[in-house]
Design a protein around this ligand. Sequence first.
Ligand SMILES: Nc1ncnc2c1ncn2[C@@H]1O[C@H](COP(=O)(O)OP(=O)(O)OP(=O)(O)O)[C@@H](O)[C@H]1O
Length: 310
Amino acid sequence: MTTVERTDVRPTIQVRDLTMAYGDVDVLRGVDLDIHRGEVFALLGPNGAGKTTTVEILEGFRKRSGGEVSVLGTDPERGGDTWRAQIGLVLQSWRDHRRWRVAELLTHFATYYPDPRNPTELLSLVGLTDQAGRQVDRLSGGQRRRLDVALGIVGRPALLFLDEPTTGFDPQARHEFHILVERLARDDGVTVLLTTHDLAEAERLADRIAMLVGGRIRACGTPAELARRAAAQAEVRWTSDDGTPRRERTEDPSQLVWELHRQSDGPIADLEVRRPTLEDTYLHMVHREAAGTDGTDATDKDAHQKAPAA
Ligand SMILES: Nc1ncnc2c1ncn2[C@@H]1O[C@H](COP(=O)(O)OP(=O)(O)OP(=O)(O)O)[C@@H](O)[C@H]1O
């Protein structure tokens, strides 16, 4: 096998044992990630989990404390202009260009790139054709965010970072945004890394989700895999003969219920068998972290597995 062949299959983003401390506070404690070309990957985590820190390190805007990082084959700390031109960032650029008109601003940004998208087509793609002549500060919040996205992809990036992209969107704008991201990945092969604390959004959009809690990847997989894993352990609840509420987690609830029946003289009071959802599992991890336990039942073993076939 030649070096060229190996470089070709290298993940778009590869992270090994990434650590980051602000002063003496550890924020990232050994993150591993492999994100592949054309994949929509969601980094999911609660406030303060380290999502933005991770993305800023990958974008080359923040120096890491330790670990190995490769983005499009380059260490972001050494990425030059050619490397940067392949990366799309959804920044809130309109803040500095309030008086510009939408089409003007997009056309202006297009001049920074060697092979930009056609601004008129791009406005149509993000649903801003009717607002082309409008001043940026007259756009609604959702329309501004779409403009942010248009500015992020005008240079035809191979890799797009979306940091909490749909904050403030109404359901319709959110829906249209999801369709846009899907099209970018499917039709143009753009790799998308989005951060969110919205599990429903991650499930809806992402090929794979990594749950970042307390600076570690606690679980990673396709939404279906994660949901299956979450449901593997059922919770059985009942009230014992002396009136005490009981609950037990088990992979074999029918065996447990059978045992309970054998030990009981009559019906089992308040018997309930529940399969945890992905949301239950995620909230459980977040609560454990907030409570100061380390979540050792969780795993990052799949964070750097190969992406599922498209
Ligand atoms: N420049 C900084 N100096 C010191 N601490 C920082 C700095 N930036 C972030 N932090 C801290 O690092 C932790 C992780 O922050 P980060 O912004 O990466 O989290 P996040 O997952 O993106 O959160 P959110 O969902 O709230 O945006 C937080 O406790 C935050 O207060």
